[in-house]
Design a protein around this ligand. Sequence first.
Ligand code: FNR
Length: 361
Amino acid sequence: MASEPVNVNEFQELARQALPKMYYDFYTGGAEDQHTLKENVAAFRRIMLRPRVLVDVSRIDMSTTILGYNISAPIMIAPTAMHQLAHPEGEVATARAAAACNTIMILSNMSTCTVEEVASSCNAVRFFQLYVLKRRDISAQIVHRVEKNGYKAIVLTVDTPRLGRREADIKNRMVAPQLRNFEGLLSTEVDTDKGSNLEALIKGIYDTSLSWEDIGWLKSITNLPILIKGVLTHENARKAVEVGVAGIVVSNHGARQLDYTPATISVLEEVVHAVGGRVPVLFDGGVRRGTDVFKALALGAQAVLVGRPVVYGLAANGERGVRRVIEMLKDEFELTMALSGCPSVKDITRSHVTTTEFDKP
Ligand code: FNR
């Protein structure tokens, strides 16, 4: 691409040019037919905006508070695995970009830089995403390191007892490197000549017996607030509140786990109603425009997380690329707020969107 990207979608092509096919396919792909992958984006396009005019929008305040931490806009960085496959500086570059944009990065348990390296690279507010391993003692050690290194919350991902079937990774025989957080604790290098090495790795190490009762175990080993990521139904949202989580992330894992789950934006409101304001609801899946951020907030999310576009920015241009992606989304969101007559995020309400094209509010 000769010219500078003008929106975050254009970073995808730059990433494709920058990356070996195996890694590009890993970042971009979804599960099986990739139906949900398309739907996550397409469903946003079916939501229309209901702007209000003649509102003083000479000052727009995008800032918001997540678990008591002030961020510049309700746009956070989703946990995504193995950033060094996209850029040699890996998660350190992503964390610095998050700090520069004054937002929160959620570091993946499957990162290629350690919890300590990321912590010492910037002093932004950071959360940590956890997968619970069969070796609970190792998960507990990692949680203690996370706490010691000043991460402010644990985001427990609950939609991955096993890895979804990602056919590009199977074809490419996707190879996972040694994941640094596990160094000296367990080997993450799996050698199989059948399909995706990542799938084989996860089959070997994740705890498939994890259940609601185990939230109690996690609470017993940490004082950090626990958010649960991967909720798609009102039943599970109520259950999550019952067991005492500090927040919920509505997510289908960027359509990489169970195909034919609904687009996340189409179930956000169901979860928000079930939660009834008792804990914050965050959202991810398919956010590519400032209007998408606005729509998610109108349907009750407190903030959105961005997955693939961040990795594309990283692949294209390291820390600067990630910064550009977040800035672009922020700029578009600010413009959307101005053109919708919402000077602050609390002014964005359900009545600013319509979910069927011609419905009456
Ligand atoms: C992910 N996601 C993810 N989630 C998680 O809890 N732990 C992880 O390690 C990863 N790894 C990961 C890698 C890659 C390459 C992608 C694309 C996604 C899911 C991620 O947190 C988020 O739910 C989705 O990426 C959101 O969808 P979009 O923004 O990618 O459409």
